[in-house]
Ligand binder design. Structure first.
Ligand SMILES: Cc1cc2nc3c(=O)[nH]c(=O)nc-3n(C[C@H](O)[C@H](O)[C@H](O)COP(=O)(O)OP(=O)(O)OC[C@H]3O[C@@H](n4cnc5c(N)ncnc54)[C@H](O)[C@@H]3O)c2cc1C
Length: 453
């Protein structure tokens, strides 16, 4: 493998003028090809996974990344004294999972989602009968959705199916509130999207995962060094324009300009939707329509650190608020990592409401809901950390979903290359495992293989 040197890359304004002088991509078929010059846009797990594979095959690769760090939506913060994941936390399904393979030598902890304590809005624990009714009711809602989509002609919001089902199953205000909380946490948190936005026909498309879920007590970012080692990474290099012609490509960043044979785009769907990166020529209609139709909304986390643990042993602490979606679930991190930390989650509508609020307001809102359960004597947090993924200019949301009017084929359209110059990867391009780290990694590796063919 020929070492990558900056000399091999045309940078700065000279590149724009000289891009037609690029040597032709000499031997695209061989894994030992060292003349293929590729720019990977984005150093998330899709981009890093692709770059690793390309470099290992002998290609010359530069990874350009807007942030001053690698990982993208894998982002571990240690400012509160223990590793806290702002993006991905779980490996979903360890069996046959390429992220689990990367984590083989790391400490991971299995997660038992059955360990749950549920409370109503007044802070009273649900009775066993109420608990069972919520589980039964939620199963009945899912069955109603199945029946509904077997008979319907066109797409509609998932809410058009879950709403009537919920009304038929839950006959009083309390039962409705409890069932709404379950729909919020089990569907809206899972897909980072509201039932009003999700497609009733396709929202749950994708392959099932098996083997159970695990988290990283030491932080998810521990998987990144293996992928990133030795790569030519250009951090703090936001891309503004990508030109792709039969003769070659040009990638313009705010810092440098690169001329190359091929470009791999792993930009988050939210960034593609915002149109902040220009493509010349413009992306084909099929891809542009897929970008417009697929959904991209928010799941946000609030980490609250306390000086002591005062909460349940259960892993998940649910609370059905009168406002659906308001701090409906907390994760007891102490059960997994021994850190005295609770993690509150909000998705879609309530997450967007919180996004506009100050840190103090968000903490006060979350603490008020916890106080309703644990009483006025509950300690105040000694530290907080919150995400605002919707306001993050290099993500513009948390992860993709199949919105009403979109189909799984839109993910294929997003993944498709444009000619043999412009390639795409990233979680939103994964038909089988969208919205996950392993879907993103697999898509990056698949794009790398396609570029080398
Ligand atoms: C709150 C949250 C919780 C999640 N929980 C889980 C979980 O538990 N398990 C799981 O498997 N998945 C989870 N996910 C999803 C998972 O994090 C993503 O699917 C995955 O990390 C996406 O990887 P990617 O490479 O496709 O995109 P990204 O990681 O977003 O990488 C894209 C890169 O492009 C960069 N970029 C953006 N704009 C530009 C530009 N103009 N120029 C250059 N670079 C640019 C970004 O900075 C980023 O580094 C979660 C995500 C979030 C936000």
């Amino acid at each position: 493998m020929r070492p990558i040197t900056r000399r091999r890359w045309l940078t700065g304004s000279a590149a724009l003028a000289a891009s037609t002088l690029l040597p032709r991509c000499a031997t695209p078929q061989g894994r030992s090809d060292s003349s293929l010059r590729i720019v990977v846009v984005g150093a998330g797990i899709a981009g890093l996974g692709a770059a690793r594979r390309l470099v290992d095959a002998g290609a010359s690769v530069v990874v350009v990344e807007a942030r001053d760090r690698v990982g993208g939506r894998i982002w571990t913060d240690r400012s509160l004294g223990s590793p806290l994941d702002l993006g991905a936390s779980w490996i979903h399904g360890t069996t046959g999972n390429p992220v689990a393979a990367l984590a083989a030598d790391l400490v991971t902890v299995p997660v038992d989602y059955e360990s749950m304590a549920r409370y109503d809005t007044d802070g009273k624990p649900l009775t066993d009968a109420q608990d069972a009714a919520v589980d039964r009711g939620f199963d009945a809602v899912l069955e109603a959705v199945e029946r509904d989509r077997d008979t319907r002609d066109g797409d509609a919001p998932l809410a058009s199916s879950t709403g009537p089902a919920r009304d038929a199953i839950a006959r009083d205000a309390t039962s409705r509130r409890l069932l709404d909380a379950e729909i919020n946490t089990a569907i809206e948190h899972e897909y980072a999207a509201s039932v009003e936005s999700l497609s009733v026909l396709h929202y749950d498309d994708g392959e099932d995962e098996s083997g159970g879920d695990v988290i990283f007590p030491g932080g998810y970012d521990a998987i990144l060094p293996t992928l990133a080692a030795g790569l030519d990474l250009r951090l703090s290099h936001p891309v503004t324009r990508i030109e792709h012609r039969p003769g070659g490509c040009t990638v313009v960043t705010t810092e440098e300009t690169f001329a190359c044979d091929r470009v791999l785009v792993t930009l988050p769907l939210g960034v593609l939707k915002a149109g902040v990166v220009q493509f010349a020529p413009a992306l084909p209609d099929r891809k542009a329509n897929a970008i417009a139709r697929l959904g991209f909304d928010v799941l946000d986390k609030l980490y609250l650190r306390f000086d002591r643990v005062f909460w349940d042993d259960a892993l998940l602490i649910g609370r059905a608020d009168a406002i659906t979606g308001r701090w409906a679930e907390f994760l007891n991190l102490h059960a997994l990592t021994a850190a005295p930390v609770l993690v509150g989650f909000n998705a879609a509508a309530y997450a967007r409401t919180m996004q506009a609020r100050s840190d103090a307001e968000v903490v006060a809102d979350a603490v008020a809901t916890l106080r309703s359960v644990y009483g006025p004597g509950m300690p105040t947090p000694t530290g907080m950390l919150r995400t605002r993924w919707g306001a993050d200019e290099f993500a513009r949301g948390s992860y993709s979903h199949l919105a009403v009017g979109s189909t799984p084929g839109d993910r294929d359209a997003l993944a498709a290359s444009v000619g043999d110059r412009l390639y795409f990867a990233g979680e939103a391009t994964s038909r089988s495992h969208a919205a996950t780290t392993h879907g993103a990694l697999t898509s990056g590796r698949a794009a790398a293989d396609a570029m080398l063919r």
